[in-house]
Design a protein around this ligand. Structure first.
Ligand code: FMN
Length: 232
């Protein structure tokens, strides 16, 4: 039935604002396989800190960003913007600014306990990956949009940006790319370098690429299900 053609029924008119959900029921066995396969794939994801300089096809990055764009967001405001950086000049500027903040963090700003927690990663203020990795994605969260100079509020912008970022990280992993969630703090330098307006809040800097051959990652466990989930 083409509901848009029926004009005299309020009820049906309302229905015209909706589309049918694209959903096909699967058997429990199929669902079990899909869920375990997804877990096995995601369980292989690791944060990588050594990248090769091999370039990534633009289309792959675009597809992963489109996936990020499918994340749920408060009142569907989609308050997240991504700046993809491949230019060596821009990357150099980011490395310089990030290392400056990291230096202050490691030597002054970070509480002792934080530095202690970071020891096992053997990270330092020197961020070699910011020269080698082919692509950075600077992610911004917008508490409001400016439309013709007027503020239009977004809701749960941080939560929504976190979800979109999670979708992006899993899409990159699914495409067999590695990423590093990097949070030099504060990150206001990103606005200036990429030319993002002042009301864009820098959320994080994702370094993306192929892992360097033979890369090592810290040996670490993930909490078991009973530590992260509660069934009532
Ligand atoms: C919000 C957030 C900020 C992070 N910031 C940094 C960072 O600045 N530098 C870094 O080397 N890793 C950073 N990480 C990566 C974490 O150290 C890493 O995700 C964690 O150790 C778990 O390891 P895995 O991702 O390999 O499972 C960050 C992760 C998150 C979620």
């Amino acid at each position: 039935m083409d509901v848009t053609k029926i004009e005299n029924s309020e009820e049906i008119k309302d229905e015209a604002e909706f589309v049918r959900l694209n959903y096909k029921e699967l058997s429990a066995a199929q669902m079990q396989i899909k869920s375990i396969e997804y877990f096995f794939n995601m369980n292989k994801r690791r944060t990588v800190r050594d990248f090769s300089s091999k370039k990534i096809s633009r289309e792959i990055i675009e597809n992963c960003l489109k996936t990020a764009g499918t994340a749920p967001s408060g009142a569907n405001k989609q308050p997240c913007e991504f700046f993809v950086i491949e230019s060596p000049e821009v990357k150099n500027k980011i490395r310089e600014a990030a290392e400056y903040e990291e230096y202050l963090f490691y030597n002054d700003r970070a509480p002792k306990s934080w530095i202690e927690d970071l020891k096992k990663f053997k990270t330092t203020p020197i961020k070699e990956h910011l020269s080698k990795a082919p692509t950075f994605i600077a992610i911004f969260s917008k508490p409001y949009d400016l439309i013709d100079g007027e503020r239009k509020n977004n809701y749960y912008s941080i939560e929504s940006t976190g979800l979109a970022t999670g979708f992006l990280i899993s899409a990159l992993h699914n495409a067999n790319l590695a990423s590093l969630t990097h949070t030099p703090s504060p990150m206001a330098f990103l606005n200036e370098i990429v030319g993002a307006p002042k009301h864009f809040r820098p959320f994080l800097l994702l370094t993306v690429g192929y892992p360097e051959e033979g890369t090592l990652v810290p040996k670490q466990d993930r909490k078991s299900l009973d530590k992260i989930a509660h069934f009532l």
